[in-house]
Design a protein around this ligand. Sequence first.
Ligand SMILES: [Mg+2]
Length: 366
Amino acid sequence: MIITDIETIPLRIPFRAGTKSDASAWGDSNLPAADSLLVRVTTDQGLVGWGEAFGFRAVASAKLAIDQLITPLCIGQPATRIEPLMLDVQRKLHVFGRGGALAFGISAVDIALWDIAGKAANAPLCQLLGGGAAGLDCYASLVRYSEPSLVRAAVRQAIEAGFGTLKLHEIELSAIRAAREEAGSNIELTLDVNCPWSLNEARSIAKELKPINLKWLEEPLWPPENFDGLAELRKSSGIPIATGENVYTLMDFERLLAARAVDFVQPSPAKMGGLSELRKIFPLAAIHNVPVMPHSFYDGPGLLVAIHATAALGTADSMIEWRWFDLEATIYGEALRTKGGRISVPQGPGLGIDPDPDVIRAYRWK
Ligand SMILES: [Mg+2]
């Protein structure tokens, strides 16, 4: 089975009218839409696989990386030799960097090839990985609202939808405290601040955060690869630390874990190399007694591949990040929904669900 075509499909799905988010954490003061990048890989036997690259403002550059650099290395190659092909792509392109848009593009193609492998075997990906849980706990990953009353409303809605664990992307203590007050003490809260502080700054802020009783504090330090700083903060603050969405290679994950920098490790399948790389992180993390909590701030194949990998390879405490976005549409629509804070692992072949063609038609941007 030979790869005959790789199509890149950028989508722009706006937030529902009348809703408010403040996504300054991702480089926009106000986020009007969520951009994603899908890839569609076609084979000479007619099988089609879907992948996803990390999106937002990186969509155009990831698209260029796929179209100009990755696709020419994949066309004409056997679709079922995934790891050797992806390794070959990594080796041929390593001089252009081991992370960023290029890695997002490699991730997307890798995920699509795994989707094809599952379809060829007529089995869901979790079966190809050894089988596993039929359903998984999710946590609701909220956008940043900043204004305490909006934070409260979002927290309330997520709890009413059945989530027992929520992730905040707030920076201001007033907003974080409002979330804890609204949630009460039985709901688990995590806080993702996206790499703002030096170790000294983080140390003093951690004293304020300690009484809020976070399940974890995510990416507290600048730069993200300050693993020794994270280890130091973890020890001195007594607050569990999570990171990993900006770590790209197996060797860097080993460095992160060996530095004892984290309580939860968060590889991001649509950033760090797709399923071929993600599946290596589970045994590595197990050696270090650290649960894997995949970063899946997406709603396409990147999310589905995190679900399949976690179902097959995760531990009892692994959870799925479910983006709590108020968008006009999602890539899988009603076919992929949480219920009572849990998600069923799709049992169709490959990723289990294909993107909704009506959503692609309506939200594709050129
Ligand atoms: Mg994060």
